[in-house]
Write a protein that binds this ligand. Sequence first.
Ligand SMILES: Cc1ncc(COP(=O)(O)O)c(C=O)c1O
Length: 366
Amino acid sequence: MDHATERDRMLLALTGSVKDFTCPTGSDLLERVAPFHAWQQARRDRSLWSYGKATLCDYLQMEHAVLFPTGWAAGYGTIQGLIHADDHVVLDERAHACLQRGARDATRNVHATTHLDTAAVERTLATIRAGDTRNAILVVTESLFSMDSDTPDLRALQDVCHAYRATLLVDVAHDLGATGADGLGAIGRQGMTGRIDLVMGSFSKTFASNGGFVLTRSRAVKEYLMTFASPHVFSNALSPVQAAIVDVALAIVRSPRGAGLRHALAARCTQLRSALTGAGLTCVGNRSPIVPVPIGDEALARLVTRALPARGVIANLVEYPGVPRGTARLRLQLMATHTPGDIRQAADGIIAAFGDGSAELASLME
Ligand SMILES: Cc1ncc(COP(=O)(O)O)c(C=O)c1O
C-alpha cells in the first residue's frame, strides 16, 4: 500500500463521526449504508473502532446477526434504524405492533396493504416508484401471523421487492424453530432460506428466553444497525444467562431431539384443531403452534373467556384493535410438551366455556 493512501485512510479513521451517516441517501436501502461501513472499516483496521461483536447465525444462512434486548426492540429498531423520513414502509395490515410502531416513528410514508395480498404490495410499490425513485422502500411481513395462523407467499414477495428496488423484512417470531422438518418455518418450507433480505425474530417463543435479532447478508447493514438502531445502542444487551439459554435452545432446535419435539407439537396442534372443530367451533388458518378460535362478537368473547378458568383453561382473548372489530378470538398457543391428555382437557374446557358464555349472553338478552 502506498504511503499517501495509507495516510489518507488513517486521516479518515481519525476524523468524522457517526452523525455524518445518519441520513444516507439513495433508493437502495441495503447499499446506501456502505459508506458508513467503509469509514468504520478504516477505523477497525487500525484498532480505532472499539465496539463489540454480534455472533453469526448460520441457521438461516444469513451471515450476520444483530441482537436486541427483546423481539419488540428488534422489530422496532430495525425499521427505525434503516428508514428515514422520506423513505417508504409497505406493511401487511396485520403486522405486529413493533413493526407498525417502528414504521410510523420512522416516516409518514407508511402504506398498509391487505393481509397476505402480494398483488396489493406490487400495486403499492408501482405507485410509489412512479413518483419516487430516490428513496428507499421497506416491505414488512411475518412468516406466521399470530392472530390468523397464516403465511404470505415469501418467494413472490421477495421477487416483487427486487423488481421495484425495495427491501423485504420478514418477522419469524412465531415459526422459527417451531415448524417444518428443519425448524426453519415458512422460510424453509418455501425454499427461501438465505434468500430473504432481512429476517428478524424473537427468542421469547421457541428459544425460552427474552431477546430478539435481525439477520442480514450484508456486513454494512449489520454495522449500520449496530450503530443506528436505538434499542440496540441505548438499551442493555441480552444478559449472559439469556444468551446461554438461547444457545442451548438453538442447539436443541437443530438436533434430532428438536425434530422430535416439532413432530409432537404438530400432532398436538392437529389434535386440538380436530377436537374443537368436531364440536362445532372454528379454527382459522393453517396448522401451526398457534390455534386461533374466532368467537366474533366481543360480548360473547368476554363471557367465554371469563368462563374458561373455572373449566380449567387459561387462554388469551384478542379483541379490537388487535383484530378487526367483531372478530374477537381466543389465541391458543401449544407446546411440544403438552400431552394428548392436556389437549383433550383443554378442548373440553374450551367447548364447555363456549356453552357457558353463550347461555349467559342469551339470558342477558332475554
Ligand atoms: C410477530 C411478533 N414479533 C415480535 C414480537 C415481540 O417479541 P418479544 O415478546 O420478544 O418482545 C412478538 C410478540 O411477542 C410477535 O408476536
